[in-house]
Design a protein around this ligand. Structure first.
Ligand SMILES: [Zn+2]
Length: 417
């Protein structure tokens, strides 16, 4: 009804976003309790109030600045009175509704205008042309491509078919088409045990590499794994989602991607980044480059959507980014034919109000820190343009995140590697 329309005030501006605040699109209806308003309006239409004190009640109600307190007061005084005065009802209802609606409406104008808008999702890295790569041979054992890429198929395994909704960054509540094609790549490291990459270690290198492959296959952890000899193994088939980045977010210049298991391909390098040594060797870099070329060519993937797990991983429990920190630094973007995507402003921060902590900063290289600064700057700019504090704007962004993810299927959201 009309009341709900007039009292639709962003929760943040009313101090919402506290632990008790409900997720989703915040309104006073939510905050006061939908039942409260229903109960109150039903009481009015039953004719519950009034007994000649209309003007006093009205004056007192109008003197209460907080709309929620005003609603509570009205409910209290009306429900405390005996029911069954239809004449009083017909006389008093307009007064009560005016009391309720007009002040709330004017509050809404003062406190929520203009309605908060999400930040612009402008691309900040140069587009990199996609080279044409085409299949030469495809069979049960391997696939061969025109750029020399060979994919081993002996461990390929199915998982859930890929299906996700494209969500526009400017109108995230609109229904968008369901997609089954990937929209980008998340690069990972396995962080598995490493031996020196020397000829004398060959049998042991082969053994632990094989054990790792069987492990990630069992977990449906990635779509591809590049081992230390530069071989590319297919794990989860390309048509299915893999469990590589459950709680994760990314955005490009048009779309938001919450939960990248379904929307992005997972490419892992057999590597360990917790040492001073170079994480991957030249054979792996070459394999990563020709695999990326093929995937970008096959699915028309924009370069801005080829990013690392540390850039996309989030922890919704504490609203911080970087739950996983693999490839938080030293990812060889340029060697893989990509722009330095570390420098992109982090969408989890500027689109959804996530924070980051010192642990994350320690794992992040200088380039990634630059991306965080750019993201913070976007939040500040959007808050200033919309005349709210940064804290209030971040509450709006967080509410937006919760609203966006609350209806998402549970499958795979927590699975990540
Ligand atoms: Zn990872």
């Amino acid at each position: 009804m009309a009341v709900a329309k007039t009292i639709r005030i962003p929760n943040e501006l009313l101090g919402g976003g506290k632990a008790s605040a409900p997720p989703g699109d915040a309104t006073v209806v939510n905050r006061a309790g939908e039942g409260d308003i229903k109960e109150f309006t039903q009481a009015v239409f039953r004719g519950a109030p009034v007994l000649g004190n209309e003007s006093r009640i009205e004056r007192r109600a109008q003197a209460i600045p907080d709309p929620i307190e005003r609603l509570r007061y009205l409910r209290r005084v009306t429900s405390a009175r005996p029911e069954g005065r239809s004449r009083a009802h017909s006389r008093f209802t307009p007064l009560l509704l005016a009391c309720l609606v007009l002040p709330l409406s004017s509050d809404a104008l003062v406190r929520s205008a203009p309605a908060l808008l999400p930040p612009a999702a402008a691309n900040s890295v140069a587009a990199v042309e996609i080279s044409s790569v085409w299949p030469v041979e495809q069979n049960r054992d391997y696939d061969l491509y025109s750029n020399g890429l060979r994919i081993e198929n002996d461990l390929a395994v199915a998982n859930e078919p890929r299906a996700y909704r494209l969500i526009s960054s400017q109108s995230p509540l609109a229904d968008e088409p369901l997609r089954s094609q990937p929209a980008g790549i998340v690069f990972h490291t396995t962080e598995s045990d490493q031996l020196p990459f020397e000829e004398e270690q060959r049998p042991r290198l082969k053994r632990i590499g094989r054990e790792l492959l069987l492990y990630v296959r069992q977990k449906r952890a990635y779509h591809f794994l590049i081992d230390r000899f530069g071989r590319v193994h297919r794990i989860v088939v390309e048509s299915d989602a893999a469990n590589h980045a459950g709680h994760s977010l990314w955005a490009d210049s048009r779309w938001l991607y919450p939960g990248l298991n379904a929307s992005f391909l997972g490419v892992a390098f057999e590597a360990q980044t917790q040492t001073e040594l170079e994480p991957i060797n030249t054979a792996q870099i070459h394999a990563g480059r020709i695999l990326t070329e093929m995937l970008r060519s096959k699915y028309n993937l924009p370069a801005e959507n080829c990013v690392t797990h540390a850039q996309v991983s989030v922890n919704p429990a504490n609203m911080r980014i970087g739950w996983h920190t693999d490839w938080g630094s030293r990812f060889p973007f340029r060697e893989l034919g990509l722009p330095n995507n570390y420098e992109q402003p982090n969408p989890s921060v500027y689109q959804f109000g996530f924070d980051y902590d010192s642990t994350y900063l320690q794992s992040a290289g200088l380039d990634l820190r630059k991306g965080l600064e750019l993201a913070d700057e976007r939040v500040r700019t959007a808050a200033t343009a919309q005349r709210v504090t940064v804290a209030a704007y971040k509450r709006f962004l967080r509410q937006r995140y919760r609203g966006l993810t609350s209806g998402m299927p549970e499958f795979g959201r927590t699975e990540e590697n």
